[in-house]
Design a protein around this ligand. Structure first.
Ligand SMILES: N[C@@H](CCC(=O)N[C@@H](CS)C(=O)NCC(=O)O)C(=O)O
Length: 74
C-alpha cells in the first residue's frame, strides 16, 4: 500500500494537477475520496488535516515531519 495519501474529489481541477504530477514522477499514491458535493471537506476530521477545508491534501506517513501538504501549487 502506498504511504502517500491524496485526499480529493474528482470534480477538483487541483486534484487533477496533483495526479498528473505524481503520474509524471511515477509516485504511487492512495486516493482518499472526499466528496465536495457532500461537503466532506468541512467535517471536523478533515479540518484537522486542512483547516482551510479544501482539497486536495497530500499526506505522507513516511514524510520528514508528517505534516500534510495542503496547497496543490506547492
Ligand atoms: N489553493 C488551494 C485551492 C484548493 C481549492 O480551491 N480546492 C477547491 C476544489 S477545486 C475546494 O476544496 N473547494 C471547496 C471549498 O472551498 O469548500 C490549492 O492550491 O490546493
Amino acid at each position: 500500500m502506498a504511504s502517500l495519501k491524496v485526499y480529493g474529489d474528482h470534480l477538483s481541477p487541483y486534484l487533477t494537477i496533483v495526479k498528473l504530477v505524481l503520474a509524471e514522477k511515477g509516485i504511487d499514491f492512495q486516493l482518499v475520496p472526499i466528496s465536495l458535493y457532500k461537503a466532506e471537506q468541512k467535517t471536523p476530521e478533515f479540518l484537522k488535516l486542512n483547516p482551510w477545508g479544501k482539497v486536495p491534501v497530500m499526506e505522507d506517513e513516511d514524510g520528514p515531519n508528517g505534516m500534510p501538504l495542503v496547497l496543490a501549487g506547492a
